[in-house]
Design a protein around this ligand. Structure first.
Ligand code: NDP
Ligand code: GDR
Length: 328
């Protein structure tokens, strides 16, 4: 039986990846931070087979302990401060967790592996946010990185550190450059979930309007369930490498609103949306659209869920949640 250690197990991707690995017969360990993390119960309820270990990416001794206990064949480093807007207000913390945290876990894995540098296969959760200011579209593995947020800069550090550990020590370390991926488990701070929740509430008469930031930004949105499959496939390759994971289709925030409102039968939605500079970013990533040809050719990976299906799934889920809460 293979063993895996996942950091960021309480997050959207951590939950889907845990389910996938359990379904493949893995023994799954998850790193959970804090002495009384309320998401402990969430993980136990949604993915009951996962064994939780306390630890924090900023505390290397906790990572070494987690490796010694879990003795993993594969480590998936999904833990991060992941909300881009928050990263301007907490730039140093973001650098410590999302950037330096990658170095901590790479170094912990290197020390744990002893004289066999490829003993543990390592996955780093890199991001399309690293592309930042548009240099080329669609963005691919070779596109110049020009990050536009402290989060993006921290991810670039983690990405190159992963490549550096592969090249310097022969570690089996892969970096997945994943474009935005969403699901009914997405955090409420991210735009898709903010919209799906608000649209559900507006259609049920529980809320009047939604206040947004930049409606012109464009994102290449996929389904998180599809994307964790790509992470796993990367670690099944004989050789570690870097891969862009995306759908190749882009939509604006305006289109997201249109599709979400249409799902509840609202065609005229503009008067229900207001904008506030509070939700605008100091620097924006205007256009993301990824070319995942390499993942298709080498990993045999393609996304299954399209944009409308994804938005529909999220709105339907929030409608059910809001109805259940209203009943309570
Ligand atoms: P989430 O924000 O849902 O989850 C982030 C996870 O990181 C949580 O489990 C959180 O734990 C954990 N975490 C935060 N701080 C620390 C810390 N100091 N030590 C250990 N763990 C910590 O993110 P997603 O699941 O959406 O994303 C997973 C990874 O993929 C992240 O690294 C993200 O940056 C990256 N990514 C995500 C994309 C997306 O579209 N979803 C696209 C590209 C990359 P807690 O619950 O305790 O806060
Ligand atoms: P992003 O996702 O920054 O791409 O990072 P987010 O959903 O936060 O923003 C997407 C775009 O929507 C615009 N926007 C708003 N965003 C939020 N959150 N709230 C609003 O009200 C709003 N109005 C407009 C933003 O300006 C932006 O252009 C996500 C995270 O999961 C990262 O961790 C990951 O690395 C990248 O995706 C790929």
């Amino acid at each position: 039986m293979k063993r895996a250690l996942i950091t960021g197990v309480t997050g959207q991707d951590g939950l889907y990846l845990s389910e996938l690995l359990l379904s493949k017969g893995y023994e799954v360990y998850g790193l959970i931070r804090g002495q009384n993390n309320p998401k402990f119960e969430l993980v136990e309820r949604l993915v009951p087979g996962v064994k939780l270990l306390t630890g924090d990416l900023t505390d290397m001794s906790s990572l070494i302990r987690a490796l010694n206990v879990s003795r993993p064949d594969e480590v998936y480093n999904l833990g991060a401060i992941s909300f881009v807007a928050y990263s301007w207000e907490n730039a140093m913390l973001t650098t410590d967790v999302t950037g330096k945290g990658v170095l901590n876990i790479l170094e912990a894995v290197r020390l744990y592996s002893g004289d066999d540098p490829a003993k543990v296969r390592f996955y780093q959760a890199s991001s399309s946010e690293m592309f930042g200011k548009v240099q080329e579209v669609p963005q691919r593995e070779s596109t110049l990185l020009w990050p536009r947020s402290p989060y993006g800069v921290a991810k670039v550090f983690g990405h190159y550190m992963t490549i550096n550990y592969r090249e310097s020590y022969g570690m089996h370390a892969s970096s997945g450059v994943l474009f935005n991926h969403e699901s009914p488990r997405r955090g409420f701070e991210f735009v898709t979930r903010k919209v799906s929740q608000a649209v559900a509430r507006i259609s049920l008469g529980l809320q009047d309007t939604i206040t947004m930031g930049n409606l012109d930004a464009k994102r290449d949105w996929g389904f998180a369930g599809d994307y964790v499959e790509a992470m796993w496939r990367m670690l099944q390759q004989d050789t570690a490498d870097d891969y862009v994971i995306s759908t190749g289709v882009t939509h604006s925030i305006r289109e997201l609103l249109e599709v979400a409102f249409a799902r509840v039968g609202i065609e005229e939605w503009e008067h229900l949306v207001t904008q506030d500079p509070r939700f605008m970013r100091p620097a924006e990533v205007e256009l993301l659209i990824g070319d995942s040809a390499k993942a298709r050719d080498v990993l045999g990976w393609t996304p299954k869920v399209g944009f409308e299906e994804l938005v529909g799934m999220m709105v339907d889920n929030d409608l059910a949640l809001q109805r259940a809460q209203a009943r309570l």
